[in-house]
Write a new protein. Structure first.
Ligand SMILES: CC(=O)SCCNC(=O)CCNC(=O)[C@H](O)C(C)(C)COP(=O)(O)OP(=O)(O)OC[C@H]1O[C@@H](n2cnc3c(N)ncnc32)[C@H](O)[C@@H]1OP(=O)(O)O
Ligand SMILES: O=C([O-])CC(=O)C(=O)O
Length: 372
């Protein structure tokens, strides 16, 4: 048996959803640059779920379904109120809420294609409502009901604050959602596929995926980037801070990638947005500090920034609490998880690799009272 630590380079499935070839990312063949510059997040959801871009009617139908399904059962809202709220990370609350939602979906265990598609719509629609409701409840505020006249990106920002967001805020947030929607067989998507390949249900698959996204080597890196930038504090501190970390062999969050070698094609869009937004808010230091960190890291190691690096200063500039950054990643990535879950069901086989055993050889069992 040969083992490949971390399954690096192992091709574990076929998929028609997204591809990374020669550092180029496509969703169903559409280059991520074109989608980031032109598409709404709702178009991308449709693309990932149907493997084609929607026409106007199809898009309107999806938007209507998402709007109609956005409200949460009262039980989920009430559940939040029972948490030790100041100690609960919003990613843990999201993971629990998605699992809880499964209890209130009569079709949770129905496995036909139509039922699974409708569950996908319901979950996608409710993710922003969960994240924004939790964020408000922990501040002692009432959740804000979604508006049917706002798009997905605008609605998220509206439900968070109660104010209608500016055009630039909606543009930035929509772009971030488009860029985070899917990414081939990343750790959380693989987790979702492994889970549902046992023919477990959609809610279990998404709950498992949220757990995998939460870690700082994956989606959790965006919050960790903001923590690092806050610790650095001022642009002039960046160089010493980063050199010290590298000298101590510590990882710099938001850099490096398992698949990309020359760089993550999503990062440049977020870098541009970060520059624009930090100037609008009058806080260019977050962008300038990020650029300085990138300069120092890349002068030392061949480690370009990944999607998590500039998204931190983008979300910070939108006034979003830092511990909501990873839940926002999940609000977008659930579209990809759901696409992969539906694809896995459509051509399923249990996913069960092997482990190379490295423990002790044959041992004789010793009775409990004879053991030293
Ligand atoms: C949406 C996403 O999930 S994007 C990734 C988000 N995660 C992060 O930004 C966390 C920081 N980055 C990392 O930890 C890694 O680059 C990962 C997890 C993304 C990829 O990891 P792997 O492919 O397993 O690479 P691995 O961790 O083995 O690193 C290879 C080498 O590069 C170094 N390295 C990799 N990333 C970094 C980093 N961010 N900072 C410093 N050194 C790094 C490692 O220390 C290791 O060095 P060594 O060979 O001298 O021991
Ligand atoms: O693909 C990966 O390993 C991580 C990543 O960038 C993502 O999930 O967006």
């Amino acid at each position: 048996m040969t083992t490949t630590k971390g399954l690096e380079g192992i091709v574990a499935t076929t998929s028609a959803i997204s591809s990374i070839i020669d550092d180029t990312l496509t969703y169903v063949g559409y280059n991520i640059d074109d989608l980031a510059n032109h598409a709404s997040f709702e178009e991308v959801i449709y693309l990932l779920w149907h493997q084609k871009l929607p026409n106007k009617n199809e898009l309107n139908e999806l938007k209507k379904e998402l709007a109609e399904n956005a409200a949460l059962p009262e039980e989920v809202i009430n559940h939040f109120k029972t948490y030790p709220i100041d100690k609960v990370h919003p990613m843990a609350a999201l993971r629990t809420a998605v699992s809880l939602l499964g209890l209130y979906d009569e079709d949770a265990d129905k496995m036909d294609e139509e039922a699974n598609y409708h569950k996908a719509v319901r979950l996608q629609a409710k993710m922003p409502t969960i994240v924004t409701a939790f964020s408000r409840i922990r501040k002692g505020l009432s959740p804000i009901a979604p508006r049917t006249d706002l798009g997905f990106a605008a609605n998220f920002l509206y439900m968070l604050t109660g104010d209608e967001p500016s055009d630039i805020a909606v543009e930035a947030f929509n772009k971030a959602l488009v860029l985070h929607a899917d990414h081939e067989l990343n750790a959380s998507t693989f987790t979702a596929r492994v889970c549902v390949a046992t023919l477990s249900d959609v809610y279990s698959g998404v709950t498992a995926a949220i757990g995998a996204l939460k870690g700082p080597l994956h989606g959790g890196a965006n919050e960790a980037v903001m923590k690092m930038l806050s610790e650095i504090g001022e642009v002039e501190n960046a160089e010493t801070y980063i050199r010290e970390k590298l000298a101590n062999k510590e990882k710099i969050m938001g850099f490096g990638h398992r698949v990309y070698r020359q760089g993550d094609p999503r990062a440049k869009h977020l870098r541009e947005m970060s520059e624009k937004l930090t100037h609008i808010t009058g806080q260019p230091k977050w962008y300038e500090m990020s650029v300085k960190v990138e300069e120092v890291v890349t002068s030392e190691k061949p480690l370009p920034p990944n999607v998590d690096f500039y998204s931190a200063s983008v979300y910070h500039s939108l006034g979003i609490d830092h511990d909501l950054f990873t839940p926002i990643f999940a609000v977008s990535r659930v579209s990809g998880w759901l696409a992969h879950i539906l694809e896995q069901y459509s051509n399923n086989r249990l996913i069960r690799p092997r482990a190379e055993y490295t423990g002790p050889g044959k041992q004789e069992y010793v009775e409990l009272d004879k053991r030293s």
